[in-house]
Design a protein around this ligand. Structure first.
Ligand SMILES: NC(=O)c1ccc[n+]([C@@H]2O[C@H](COP(=O)([O-])OP(=O)(O)OC[C@H]3O[C@@H](n4cnc5c(N)ncnc54)[C@H](OP(=O)(O)O)[C@@H]3O)[C@@H](O)[C@H]2O)c1
Length: 333
């Protein structure tokens, strides 16, 4: 797979990364461990070198399971891959909401605890890209960035980034410790962060695009009769998966299918190629638990859309009716 650079200090990653969350978290029953390890290793064989996890991606029984899984799967390839993980939130497990609300906490002492735990679970002595998972309104950007400077000096992290970053926070943080990437929600159904693109370009900050297929919806493979586990599958509460939304998004899915037919690709590949061809510093991290889909998604890097084709898609996306799309877990103040 082709490679891309994130940030001014040049973190090289595969053009598409693998989002590993779904093996443990948010998409129903976790994948059986040996199968998940096999799939992650298959991804390496297919050319993925960039893997995304987080301290808090876990199962009911094992809240830190995803990092352990990723650590085990990637141990034989550690020098050839880049691992991104995240600190700075916990779930409000006392809530009955699905998904659980998030409590941000980036106090320096918490970051220190998190990094040690992540290194251990990931079976490594360094994290390639360490993301603040959500901005903590009680801890200034400068203080968080200051801890990142220290962790870099200690060799525990090589690069850092911010997830769901806004302009003001990003500028303040970047002034203290250069930010390699933001990890923000970005897909054909969630384009609000395009307003941040000039700032990312100015500061040489990459965009790691999470939920790049609108949680799978843009593949066109999910219809009206899908049923998702009410407690463990967040899609049961995502507005794009309701029966009404499938109707509302009919033209959008038709646009994807027509483009896919023209380019000899699939709808899912078009949804990824659209962002890959828009900017050379965007790296989508689709998640999947199926081998054929790993391959399909990696194939998006081969689908070339011209600047005119990307612009035409943007114009069509501006005009086409669309349902609401999931915007993330509630943040508890
Ligand atoms: N920073 C953050 O706050 C944040 C938040 C959310 C996610 N993330 C990261 O971003 C990654 C990706 O985001 P996401 O999982 O929310 O959304 P996504 O990648 O847009 O969608 C994943 C869903 O799409 C399905 N899918 C993937 N490829 C497919 C294909 N070719 N055909 C049909 N269905 C397909 C998957 O199902 P199967 O598994 O059944 O194939 C899964 O249910 C996560 O794994 C996580 O690492 C970060």
């Amino acid at each position: 797979m082709e490679k891309r650079m994130l940030g001014k200090n040049g973190l090289e990653v595969s053009a598409l990364g693998l989002g590993c969350m779904g093996f443990s978290h948010a998409y129903g029953a976790p994948t059986e461990k040996d199968e998940a390890v096999r799939l992650i290793r298959q991804a390496v064989e297919m050319g993925y070198t960039f893997f995304d996890t987080a301290e808090i991606y876990g199962t009911q029984d094992n809240p830190y399971d995803n990092e352990r899984l990723v650590g085990e799967a990637l141990a034989p390839y550690r020098d050839k891959v880049q691992i991104a993980t995240k600190f700075g939130i916990r779930f409000d497990l006392s809530s009955h909401q699905v998904p659980y609300p998030i409590i941000p906490d980036s106090r320096p002492e918490r970051i220190r605890e998190s990094v040690e735990g992540s290194l251990k679970r990931l079976r490594t002595d360094h994290i390639d890209l360490y993301f603040q998972h959500r901005i903590d309104p009680d801890t200034p950007a400068e203080e968080v960035a200051g801890v990142m400077v220290e962790l870099m000096k200690e060799g525990k992290i090589l690069h850092w980034g911010i997830s769901e970053a806004d302009e003001e926070y990003l500028r303040r943080a970047d002034a203290v410790c250069p930010v390699a990437a933001v990890e923000n929600r970005y897909s054909m159904m969630a384009r609000h962060y395009e307003a941040l693109f000039p700032v990312l370009e100015e500061l040489f900050v990459g965009l790691v695009a999470f939920s790049p297929m609108a949680n799978g919806f843009l593949t066109g493979k999910y219809g009206k009769n899908e049923t998702f586990d009410k407690k463990y599958d967040y899609r049961s509460n995502m507005p794009q998966f309701t029966a009404e939304a499938v109707d509302e998004n009919r033209e959008l899915l038709a646009l994807l299918q027509e483009t896919a037919d023209r380019k000899g690709a699939t709808s899912g590949q078009i949804s990824l190629a659209w962002m890959l061809c828009k900017k050379p510093w965007i790296v989508p991290i689709p998640g999947t638990r199926r081998e054929e889909r790993l391959k399909e998604n990696a194939g998006a890097a081969e689908v070339k859309l011209s600047a005119a084709e990307v612009e035409a898609l943007d114009r069509a996306l501006d005009a086409v009716p669309m349902s609401e799309v999931f915007g993330g877990s509630k943040i508890k103040k």
